[in-house]
Design a protein around this ligand. Sequence first.
Ligand code: IFG
Length: 541
Amino acid sequence: MISEKPGNVLLNLLPVFIFLMMSVLSCTTEPPTPKDLSKENLIPKPVSLTATGSSFRLTDKTGIYVQSPAAGPNELTRIGQYLADKLKPATGFEMLVQATGQAPPSGHIYLAVPSNDPELGEEGYELNITEEQVKLSANTPAGLFRGLQTIRQLLPAAIEREELQPGPWEIATGIIRDYPAYAYRGSMLDVSRHFFGVEDVKRYIDLIAFYKMNAMHLGLSNDQGWRIEIKSWPNLATHGGSTEVGGGKGGYYSQEEYADIVQYAQDRYITIIPEIDMPGHTNAALASYPELNCDGQAPELYTGIKVGFSTLCTRKDITYQFVDDVIRELAALTPGPYIHIGGDETHVTATEDYIYFINKVQDIVNAHGKQMAGWDEITIASLKPTSVAQFWSSADHAKAAVEQGAKIIMSPATKTYLDMQYDSTTALGLHWAAYVEVDSAYIWDPATFVDGVSKEDILGIESPLWSETITNMDEIEYMVFPRLAGHAEIGWTPAADRNWEEYKVRLGHHKARFEAMGVDFYPSGLVPWVEAVSDDMPLKD
Ligand code: IFG
């Protein structure tokens, strides 16, 4: 809105002035600013970093070259375009992305695969920054994508803002070699207790991608809601998805919407793991089809927050027709290797019926080409080594997984449950497991958390957000951040390199990044938060 008052004329000219200043800066022959790469506040902390003291400056002349034998758009140029799109709003630079068969001219960003560097593995990368070039190399496109997040964090926090910023846009020079400690680093969003639309899920995916996570577990069904269209059992979504905790309107994803979420995650090298919780936590399904109930009576829809009161009828044939149809349709929509079948809190299912059920469902999941995942109770059944147990509460169950050769995802409720209140004053969340402040969420090591479970038994770490008390994106962000940044570091950075006193200082510098990304984070009193510096401040418009 152009204001009329003369005093504001200057204000309205400010963006023009900035653009002119930037243009002068960008073609300035000013010597590179000295910068110390070792002073940057990267999360997760990289495995190794060598600083060389100078800086590379992005200008409106900087392009993105992608080493690629094939000219024209391909997966690698798409990754380059992702970076160009991320950098444009704040810098105003239209960065040209082009494929090249040989080393590009100096002054540009260069993305190169394969680098045939075994130490980097599947997701590692090397970032070699000089005054003339930013070269990011990796063995795979996923490794490049992880390295892009480091480039974002090496630029001033203002790079994350949606409106033009003054810059300058300088990246400290040096070499970073980096790769994750665990293959699985994820978060879980419970979209059943309260339903969250596609845009919220996509934002959640963007935020965990920024911290190099690679797995997004979606809690698609529970007592209070069924959230995914199943064409062979349509009432599951239309009736079972028609409400939520507190009696709101609920909702569900059509199969097209679910496929859109899967693609969005895949474009960020994040695997979607869908969960259909069973045989417990099934009131929404039972309310949708009377024939699924042992007594043939469909219960009312449930909008409270009790757990453990429902079960599928584990000795009825139709139950396994239902499971097979659901898994078949879901597997066809899910490129990732896992289908999570829940299995938790089955307080009204007899143990022998539970074991019978889990063993049959494991066969059904495998028959549809997927590996079964489930909460740690599933370990009382006969797990195949391809199945994965998600440890949340029982050390005995975790050890039983090891005995059966099944891998473990570590999600101890006392450390990773993002619905746990920070302390007794937190307005949102629960505290049945513990109050989990930011330090407590960080100060633990998955490899030593359960006696008898070692690093080799662990696939990785996941932080679940249960949504009994969470109703919108701001509330999600308040409970997830900043604790998830610490979980991402636990999944990526070797335990020997992790220390709360050092980490909290780096985290303090992410306030400006949270603010730039519009994340409604919890400003814990335990973290020395740092105000955004001048080049991070938004322009007064
Ligand atoms: N436990 C239940 C969740 C949720 C949680 C809330 C598991 C595996 C308590 N099951 O955690 O459904 O209600 O903190």
